[in-house]
Design a protein around this ligand. Structure first.
Ligand code: GLP
Length: 253
């Protein structure tokens, strides 16, 4: 790994605290920065910690802009399964961010291609992403960039793999349909972020984390692209970090 700091901490709560420290550093250096945000269960302890620090007046989000990685196609923002709903509930409505500064892809866009082009333009206009937060899918996906023969650079529409749909099904009720299409920021825009923070929690992520960080760089494991980025921080709990070589990691409590 080139330019990466890999930190293994004891548990999920500590992942949130260390990750919040990274956010705090970036925000204090640049109070009008562009944050790239993620959904899933992994960033929940981080978002809780950011809210806590906001209430303690340690963080001010008034100048911050955000872009999220992805959204399900056909999902209205008010649906509790949409990523817009997730972000409103877990972060945006609990901090002093200007709602106009929070951007997610529109899963209801009639013309997905122009929605995607407009999203890339928006990121460019906002000056590029200062800090991109990532989780990792069990197949190595980042955002919804699924294993493939190429790294897709731009924002695009994807068909989710069965594996991803099965993994996401745990968050859906039995009578709800797990979407099969999504819009996702591309690997190029993720890679162009000035700083990347990848979080991994739980033993289910151990194998793929090891493969992504120490295996071959290949679009079959989209997260492996991070090996080439000059400024990546990985924070894993002990369960997710258990297969990483000790010599390459910092263990902290
Ligand atoms: C989803 C999201 C990803 C996320 C991944 C892992 O597919 N699109 O951004 O990283 O799932 O989710 P979790 O954090 O719940 O394990």
């Amino acid at each position: 790994m080139y330019g990466a700091r890999i930190i293994v901490v004891k548990d999920e709560q500590t992942v949130g605290k260390w990750a919040a420290d990274v956010f705090e550093q970036v925000i204090s250096r640049k109070p009008d920065c562009l944050l790239g945000l993620a959904t899933g269960t992994t960033p929940l302890t981080l978002y809780r910690e950011l809210v806590r620090r906001y209430h303690r007046q340690m963080l001010d989000f008034s100048g911050i802009h955000t872009v999220n990685l992805d959204e399900y196609v056909g999902m209205p923002p008010e649906n509790h399964q949409s990523y817009r709903y997730f972000m409103e509930k877990n972060l945006f409505q609990q901090i002093n961010i200007n709602p106009k500064n929070t951007h997610l892809l529109n899963g209801l866009a009639g013309d997905a291609k122009s929605e995607c082009r407009a999203y890339d333009r928006l990121i460019d206009e906002l000056g590029g992403i200062d800090l991109q937060l990532l989780g990792i899918g069990q197949n190595g996906h980042i955002g919804f960039n699924e294993p493939s023969d190429n790294f897709y650079l731009q924002t695009h529409e994807v068909t989710l793999t069965e594996e991803t749909r099965r993994a996401n099904a745990r968050l859906f009720a039995e009578d709800e349909i797990v979407p099969s299409q999504a819009l996702t920021m591309g690997c190029g825009y993720i890679f162009a972020a000035r700083k990347i923070l990848l979080l991994a929690i739980g033993s289910g992520k151990a194998k793929i984390l090891q493969r992504a960080l120490f295996g071959q760089v290949t679009p079959q494991v989209p997260a492996s692209l991070l090996q080439l980025h000059p400024d990546v921080t990985i924070i894993a709990d002990e369960a997710a970090g258990r297969l990483l070589p000790e010599c390459a990691t910092e263990s902290v409590s």
